[in-house]
Ligand binder design. Structure first.
Ligand code: ADE
Length: 227
C-alpha cells in the first residue's frame, strides 16, 4: 500500500520529507516526488505549489504514474466556521470549489460537484488528531471549500459562508478530491487553521502558517503509524 501525500507549500511538506527515509526522487512536470518510507508506510511526498490545477497535475501523476493506493492533502487553511481557532484542525468530510459554477458541473459528465472523503481515512485522521491534539488545538470534521485565490476580505468570506456553509477555505483540497474520485482512490484532506480568511488574514497567515503546517504534518505521521 502506497500513500501519496501532497502539500502546496514547502512548509506543508518539510517535516514529512525531513522525517522520511528517501529511497529515490523523480521529477515529473516540474515537481519532485520523494519516494520512500515514513512511520512504517510506503509514501510518496510531494510539494505541488498552490492552486487547483497544480494540485490536480500532482494528484493525477500520483494516481497514473505511481499508482498510489491512498491520497492525502495536508496543509493550512483559512477558518470560516466561527467555532474554529488558529491551529485547530479540520478533517474533510466533503469538498467543493467555491469559485466555479457547480450547476454546470452537475449537468455534465461525470455529474459531480462535490467530492466525499473516504470514511475510513476520515476516521483514521480523527483518531490521529485525538492522540496528539492535547491543549494546543482541537479537531473538527466538515466541509472544506477550495478556490484559486487567498480569501482575505470579510465580504468574500461572508459570501462563501452563506453559499456553502464550510468549515474552512484553502486552494487545493477539492482538486485533489476531484482527481481521487476520477481514479477511485480513497482520499482525505487535513488542514490546520492559519488565519480567519478575513481582513486580517494576510498578517495572521504570515505569523501562524509555519506552526499550523507542522500540526497537520504531525497528524499525517500519526495516521501512518495507526494505519
Ligand atoms: N490557506 C490558508 N489560508 C487561506 C485563505 N485565507 N484563503 C485561501 N487559502 C488559504
Amino acid at each position: 500500500m502506497t500513500w501519496g501525500i501532497i502539500g502546496a507549500m514547502d512548509s506543508e511538506v518539510a517535516l514529512l520529507r525531513d522525517s522520511m527515509e528517501v529511497e529515490r526522487t523523480e521529477e515529473i512536470s516540474g515537481l519532485t516526488y520523494y519516494i520512500g518510507t515514513l512511520c512504517g508506510q510506503k509514501v510518496i511526498v510531494v510539494c505541488c505549489s498552490i492552486g487547483k490545477v497544480n494540485a490536480a497535475i500532482c494528484a493525477q501523476t500520483l494516481a497514473a504514474v505511481f499508482k498510489v493506493d491512498r491520497l492525502v492533502n495536508v496543509g493550512v487553511a483559512g477558518a470560516l466556521d466561527e467555532r474554529l481557532r488558529i491551529f485547530d484542525v479540520v478533517v474533510s468530510e466533503k469538498l467543493c470549489y467555491h469559485d466555479a459554477d457547480l450547476d454546470i458541473f452537475e449537468r455534465n459528465p461525470p455529474f459531480v460537484s462535490e467530492y466525499a472523503a473516504d470514511k475510513d481515512m476520515v476516521r483514521l485522521a480523527e483518531q490521529a488528531c485525538e492522540k496528539i491534539a492535547g491543549t494546543d488545538f482541537r479537531c473538527f470534521g466538515g466541509r472544506i471549500v477550495s478556490g484559486d485565490r487567498f480569501v482575505s476580505e470579510n465580504a468574500e468570506k461572508q459570501r462563501i459562508v452563506g453559499q456553502f456553509h464550510p468549515m474552512c477555505v484553502e486552494m487545493e483540497g477539492a482538486a485533489v478530491g476531484h482527481v481521487a474520485a476520477a481514479n477511485k482512490i480513497p482520499f482525505v484532506v487535513i488542514r490546520s487553521m492559519s488565519d480567519g480568511a478575513d481582513d486580517n488574514a494576510g498578517m495572521s497567515f504570515d505569523e501562524f502558517a509555519p506552526k499550523a503546517a507542522e500540526h497537520s504534518a504531525k497528524i499525517v505521521m500519526e495516521m501512518l503509524k495507526l494505519a
